[in-house]
Write a protein that binds this ligand. Structure first.
Ligand SMILES: [Zn+2]
Length: 356
């Protein structure tokens, strides 16, 4: 990843995009895809679809999906003192929210706030053992009263954690929203790589899906629209090389050891085989994760689309998923881009993907 790629990743991750409010991230992705895609359009749901036509007539259609939405909050109510009450968007642990800085993305630009927290001195012993429910948490923007807050913030404004992407030691990065804007980043990088190398046989669709975090909604409609033969979701999965995650339950997954290729019912076995063979031949490290049932990713919606699609899930190991301090290794992003690019030039006939 060069400096320019790094800044693209940083801008994309930092562009606010809670589910349903993905437009700033989508604008950044469209800008990146101009001059790369043969066709570029945004559908009525807000999915951005970038196509690179295949060299062959009637070639197989391959859809790569990276969801561009992130978890966040939505403004629900402003009380008489100007404090803001909110709902979570997507799966957020209410434990980690009090004491955080948040950004409210209003019609007139960002407004900084903090999620208030009762001082520990004032907490009774039993309060320290329990979680403060979202309905009892509030955002303080420093306003003097309801009128001042209501002049700045509207009901339904989206909210994100107010953190940016930063470097940690080695090649490790921390940010909010790597889940899954790093997947959208990988899809964009693969399309750029294919443009550089010259189109593959396959008809390639890079889809930046919306609303994954609230039920795979963008993948459902865009997979119907694109009608791919092969669909690969690029997402994050749990690294187990940090405290308090159980390898017996999740397997051995480490940062920096390459993409995770899932195996199980949600995955076409021939596509799985082609992915692992490609990785071995090109000496790209990879890890395998078992998935006993439908995964909670776009790969699920894509697989059961229309009359069925050969689906795969390629994930990047991530620590502390759905927190403002997600951690990943840059090397894993590079390995994943290489693996997917190499795979595209190997895809031939539809029959090759019929399990038998
Ligand atoms: Zn997620």
């Amino acid at each position: 990843m060069d400096q320019q790629d790094f800044y693209f990743l940083k801008e994309l991750v930092e562009a606010p995009s809670p589910s349903g409010f993905e437009q700033p991230a989508q604008r950044r992705l469209r800008r990146e895809m101009e001059g790369v895609a043969d066709e570029l359009h945004t559908d009525l749901m807000g999915n951005v679809i970038a196509r690179i036509r295949g060299k062959k007539e009637n070639a197989l259609k391959v859809m790569l999906s990276g969801h561009c939405d992130e978890i966040g909050f939505i403004v629900q109510f402003i009380d008489d003192n100007g404090f803001i009450y909110f709902q979570p968007i997507g799966g957020i642990d209410p434990h980690i929210v009090p004491g955080q800085r948040v950004m409210i993305h209003t019609g007139n630009g960002p407004v900084l706030g903090v999620v208030g927290k009762k001082p520990i001195h004032l907490m009774e012993a039993k309060d320290r053992e329990t979680v403060v429910k979202f309905k009892n948490q509030h955002i303080d923007i420093g306003a003097a009263g309801k009128e001042e807050t209501a002049a700045l913030v509207a009901i339904g404004d989206p909210v994100t954690f107010a953190v940016t992407l930063e470097r940690l030691q080695g090649d490790r990065l921390t940010s909010r929203a790597f889940d899954d804007k790093m997947g959208a980043f990988i899809v964009a990088q693969v399309l750029k790589e294919v443009r550089r190398r010259g189109a593959a046989d396959v008809d390639l669709y890079g889809v930046f899906t919306v609303q994954e975090e609230i039920g795979l909604r963008g993948a459902k409609t865009s997979a119907y629209g694109v009608a791919p033969d092969i669909g690969i979701a690029i997402d994050v999965s749990f690294a187990t090389d940090c405290p308090e995650v159980d390898k017996k339950e999740l397997g051995e997954i480490k940062l920096g050891q390459g993409p995770i290729i899932s195996r199980g019912a949600n995955i076409n076995p021939r596509l799985f085989q082609m992915l692992t063979e490609t990785a071995r031949e090109k000496e790209i490290p990879f890890q395998v994760e078992a998935a006993a049932r439908a995964t909670g990713t776009d790969a699920n919606a894509i697989q059961v689309n229309r009359e069925g699609v050969a689906a795969a899930l390629v994930s990047v190991p991530l620590r502390y998923m759905h927190t403002p301090v997600e951690v990943l290794s840059q090397a894993d992003l590079d390995y994943t881009v290489r693996l997917l690019t190499e795979l595209l030039y190997r895809i031939g006939k539809r029959e090759d993907f019929i399990p038998n």
